[in-house]
Design a protein around this ligand. Structure first.
Ligand code: AMP
Ligand code: MG
Ligand code: MG
Length: 337
């Protein structure tokens, strides 16, 4: 009889199914049209019913199976009394079948820290919802959600939305799961939406096809809704051939590993550890790098500060080039911890 899978493999296998369930919650709330939006720090820092339900589902499901892990979620919510219908018990069989890298096979629950962003790209999610439901109004009485032009202006924002579950050990992001709930939204009503990507150091990355930006083009991806002068000064200093402004930290890392962008440059303290843990793990698996704007790594221990105060710089290749281009004024504005 084969030995039972290592704790960390069981955790990743659960996180995979839990992220899929969260993705389906995110879709359901969008289609209901009733987002229950709450402003946290302001109009650009929002929480919706989907953020709340997805986080409760993720945290309660993981805690039931792994009561000794530390879970840190973005939203400040109780999850002791979560309803049973939000609990996901599945474990991805394809992950349980893989052999755990030797260095992680003996890890205990209490040594693992899970960073959860139940919905990354909330601002874009609310904008896409407004567009979708305006469109439904226009099309009454049929209420068919047609994503074809001319009403498709903000629907591309659906791809900015992700669910992020990162797993850290010894301060390092060692595994991550990213669910993109609206992947394939262009196919319209009735299509099978969503995909899940995952990766683990020493094992590999799955659920996408690794691609690089062709040639030596510098395509910089950055925020579309949290910009300021320091952010744009830093982007300009990279001498990009092209700049893409999209929402979500998870989405921008997907752009890096799928050959849509060469660097994610965000000279702002706005990103938090739950935004970067899962994406960083997947990016590192495929040979990329995620650091602060000075080129220093972030740590993901349970007691670290949540804010990524010194910004984010992520690349698939040529990290040193981008670090070397960061202006002195930006380095001074964003001190390392
Ligand atoms: P963005 O690229 O603007 O979507 O930002 C990536 C992640 O960082 C998202 O989860 C944002 O909510 C978060 N973020 C970035 N800047 C800020 C900010 N100024 N205030 C609150 N959250 C922010
Ligand atoms: Mg986020
Ligand atoms: Mg979020």
């Amino acid at each position: 009889m084969s030995a039972s899978p290592a704790v960390v493999m069981r955790l990743v296998a659960s996180a995979y199914c839990v992220a899929e369930r969260a993705g389906s919650i995110v879709r359901k709330v969008l289609h209901s049209g009733d987002l229950g939006i709450v402003e946290k720090a302001g109009a650009n820092d929002l929480q919706t019913l989907a953020d709340r339900l997805a986080q409760q589902s993720i945290c309660a499901s993981l805690y039931r199976r792994f009561p000794k892990i530390t879970i840190i979620g973005e939203e400040e919510l109780p999850f002791e009394e979560v309803k049973d219908d939000l609990i996901e018990n599945g474990q991805a069989e394809e992950i349980l079948q893989k052999s755990c890298p030797a260095e992680y096979s003996g890890l205990k629950e209490e040594e693992l820290v899970v960073w959860v962003d139940p919905l990354d790209g909330t601002k874009e999610y609310t904008e896409a919802s407004r567009c979708l439901h305006h469109q439904a109004e226009v099309q009454k009485p049929h209420k068919v959600l047609d994503t074809s032009p001319p009403h498709s202006t903000a629907l591309w924002l659906l791809d900015n939305v992700t669910v992020l579950i990162g797993i850290a050990y010894g301060g390092r992001a060692i595994a991550g799961v990213i669910n993109q709930p609206f992947y394939n939204y262009q196919l319209g009503a009735g299509a099978d939406l969503g995909r899940t990507m995952w990766g683990m150091l020493g094992l590999g990355a799955f659920g996408f096809q690794l691609q690089e930006v062709p040639g030596d083009r510098r395509i910089v991806t950055t925020t579309r809704s949290h910009s300021n002068k320091v952010v744009t000064d830093c982007v300009d200093a990279m001498e990009p051939h092209e700049v893409i402004r999209v929402g979500g930290a998870g989405n921008k890392i997907i752009q890096l590993v799928e050959g849509k962008a060469s660097a994610y440059v965000f000279a702002s303290p706005g990103c938090k550890k739950w935004d970067t843990c899962a994406p960083e793990a997947i990016l590192h698996v495929v040979g990329g790098k995620l650091t602060d704007i000075h080129g220093n790594a972030y740590r993901y221990d349970a007691n670290v500060k949540h804010m990524n105060s010194a910004g984010v710089l992520a690349t698939l290749r040529n990290h040193e080039y981008y670090v070397s281009r960061v202006p002195q004024s930006v380095l001074q504005a964003l001190k390392s911890d």
